[in-house]
Design a protein. Structure first.
Length: 364
């Protein structure tokens, strides 16, 4: 079958990474896959395999009222042109705003349309985004959401909803824990430091650094100058420059996951955190806030990772302290995590996607 995928870009973001993984996976299963994304205003960092057709979805990116109107028109007209030319069996739109513009472009063309949401359902995204997620999703033929928690929150709303977790980026790997270094790693876009809770982990490190002078804290991820300067000011304020490092964009995250002793996720909000399942797949002992229950669908507390009640920074600090102190616990979790997290393998998630598409097309 022919599948057309719309995404924002192929540069940064969990949803965009998933779009590339699903495109490559469906292509490997002999489906014709076309992906449309903005590749003019953003570089491509998420690899696409040979056989996946890539179409540029860039638009006017200038300020001003008339340029804004032109951008709206282009968002719709370019999508409509692509849909008519490619004539796919089904369309998948990754993220709510991409879905909205695709929905309008698809009017009267009536190609089966799947909306793939990649944000926690209870997260306030602003008026426009909340309207899309609270109302327009009913016009999707299928709505994919990330967790059972999201499904429960929606209740009877949107009977077209199906839970599809994010897939693993890498094959699971068991790394001998003895070769790992005394590094706690956090990862995510530094531009979103408030959401990602990087200020929290720096505050926590302020308390732990004197007890564990041999340990280092790494924060990996790209960011704008203002965000980087803010975090650097916190690091300097607490005299942590010798033990806390902002790594910036890291191209080979897999090797970094295999190197560090602990992965920490101090985020305030997450949908289905890619960095967490990536770290677990490479044998990182992980500690994370619960994210209103979403992470409970990933971590079995005390078995393959450590969970902390949302907002309890003191408990996070205490449990991280315990994990840093207890080598045998870290080693045990490191062995179990890759085995348990393999349920999110790309093959398993592709099976779910294929079943959804086939069932949808059989209804027509």
């Amino acid at each position: 079958m022919k599948i057309l995928i719309f995404a924002n870009q192929l540069y940064l973001g969990g949803a965009e990474r998933v779009a590339s993984l699903i495109s490559n996976g469906l292509n490997s299963r002999n489906h014709k896959v076309v992906i449309a994304a903005d590749i003019t205003n953003y570089p491509i960092t998420y690899h696409l395999d040979n056989g996946v057709k890539l179409i540029d979805l860039s638009h006017v990116n200038k300020s001003g009222f008339f340029n804004k109107l032109k951008r709206i028109f282009e968002r719709i007209s370019k999508r409509r042109t692509i849909i008519k030319k490619e004539d796919p069996d089904v369309i998948i739109a990754f993220t709510h705003q991409v879905f909205f513009w695709t929905l309008i472009a698809n009017i009267f063309l009536r190609i089966p349309l799947i909306a793939s949401d990649h944000t926690a359902i209870d997260r306030d995204m602003g008026t426009f985004s909340n309207l899309i997620r609270g109302f327009f999703y009913k016009y999707a033929d299928v709505l994919t959401i990330l967790t059972e928690k999201d499904k429960q929150l929606l209740g009877k709303k949107f009977p077209n909803k199906i839970v599809v977790p994010n897939p693993l980026t890498y094959e699971v790997s068991k790394v001998n824990y003895k070769i790992r270094e005394k590094i706690v790693l956090c990862a995510g876009r530094i531009s979103y430091w408030q959401v990602k809770g990087f200020d929290r982990i720096i505050e926590i490190w302020r308390k732990l650094s004197s007890k564990y002078p041999e340990w280092k804290l790494y924060i990996a991820g790209p960011g704008d100058n203002n965000s980087i300067e803010f975090l650097e000011s916190l690091i300097n304020k607490y005299h942590l420059s010798s033990c806390v490092t902002l790594l910036g964009q890291v191209d080979d995250m897999k090797s970094l996951y295999q190197k560090v002793g602990i992965f920490a996720l101090p985020s305030r909000v997450e949908g289905f955190p890619m960095v967490l399942i990536e770290a677990m797949s490479q044998g990182c002992p992980c500690i994370s806030f619960e994210m209103n229950g979403a992470v409970r669908e990933i971590i079995d507390n005390g078995i393959d990772g450590i969970l902390v009640d949302d907002g309890d920074v003191c408990a996070f600090s205490r449990k991280l302290d315990n994990l840093m102190e207890d080598y045998s616990k870290r080693e045990r979790i490191s062995k179990v995590a890759p085995i348990h997290i393999s349920r999110f393998s790309i093959d398993n998630i592709l099976n779910i996607w294929e079943k959804i598409i086939v069932k949808l097309l059989n209804k027509l």
